[in-house]
Design a binder for this molecule. Sequence first.
Ligand code: SF4
Length: 451
Amino acid sequence: MSILNSFIKNDYKNPYILVCSSKAHMIYAKDILEKNNIFNELIPTPKGFGEICTTAIKFEKNNKEKIEELIKEKEIDYKGIYSLNKKYKYNLASILNMNISSDMKKIVSKVENNEDITKKDIVYLLKIKQEEEYKALIKMADIIRKECVGDRIELRAAIEFSNYCKKNCNYCGLRRDNKQFRYRMTEKEILKEVEKLYRIGIKTVILQSGEDFYYTTDMLLNIIKVIKEKYKMGITLSIGERRKEEYKLFSDAGVNNYLLKIETYSKRLFDYIHPDDDLDIRIQHTNWIKESGMRVGSGGMIGLPSQSVEEIADVILFQKDFGVHMIGFGPFLPAKGTPYENCKRSSLRLNLKVVAITRIICQNVFIPATTAIASLEKKGQTLALEAGANTIMLISTPKALREDYEIYSNKNMVDLDFAIESIIDSKRKLPKYLNYDYIESLGCKIGNNLK
Ligand code: SF4
């Protein structure tokens, strides 16, 4: 039995959710439910019950009265308790009218009624060859994307502050055995880059590194404190597996999101690509992150050497079952100096199918058009936005260091100009929060229709 089954259950008879009014009340409510031995799990608030990327507490109906009593007694501030049997419905009539097979129509009807999509359905979608069915898949994802997250793109910016890593993942250019120039940015250097992003108007900074314990908890907490107090920006940490207590400290310090990709949900493949890691431990860490109150970022790599279509279906389903808020799937791209240096790169079409399927089954979540897909093919980011993605991550590492942070080779350094081009091409809109006067003074040309 996978460790996942100790955190989630798939056989709810009558599922309900509790939506609290804030993260603090949600964590408090979860704690109270645990103390009263009421099984519950944290999930992204489903479409129709609250804002995107917030967290709801899922439980079985027979605990509803007890939970209502506890809410009253402990003065938990909440927005509502809702039955998940009343599902949000989508209008997919235009897809059903397309020239597609009866098997495909059955899947579309399930999506329309918000019924569960099975592994068999996902495998069917991943194997689509007929052009009209592929178009139907992408169009279906685009309709759901529009209803769940709208037309505006969320722009986030990553500062890759250290390329040291103690691990040796077989696919990764930063693996410890790879002989390359290594760098670590100081707190001052990191904050200088944050200042630039703040002036552009970016609201969330991603602090990313290899697994580098040179940066102690205190050093990281200092940086977090300045970003929160001086710039009031959202923070995503992407620094690998840390200790359980650290996740709580990061969450309490105001970190909003923590990105720790599972990469694959196949134990065979996980062991093959990760000589230092264990799938159950990765899931345990992901659960600690969730329980700390931070939003969970996960996702995986598509087209890894020896990966089967069934294994891809499993890792997509994991995101749904576990309740991941931000799901980044990117293509496998070989990195120089690694054991997979000469392996075949992933295909664009397979990756676009994965983005579309992820939107269709996970719905009310953030899905990036990844840097990796923009590196696979220049148009990849635009096509991913058209297939259901809604987020772009800018590479905001100082120019002198960017080339040295290459998890895979020939990385596309997605900057503001490139992101804007992808947004124009996909006919989507830039976020309202950017400082357009300042951006235009830097030489970026932005059409009025994008703002
Ligand atoms: S994938 Fe992450 S943990 Fe693995 S070697 Fe690369 S940077 Fe290190």
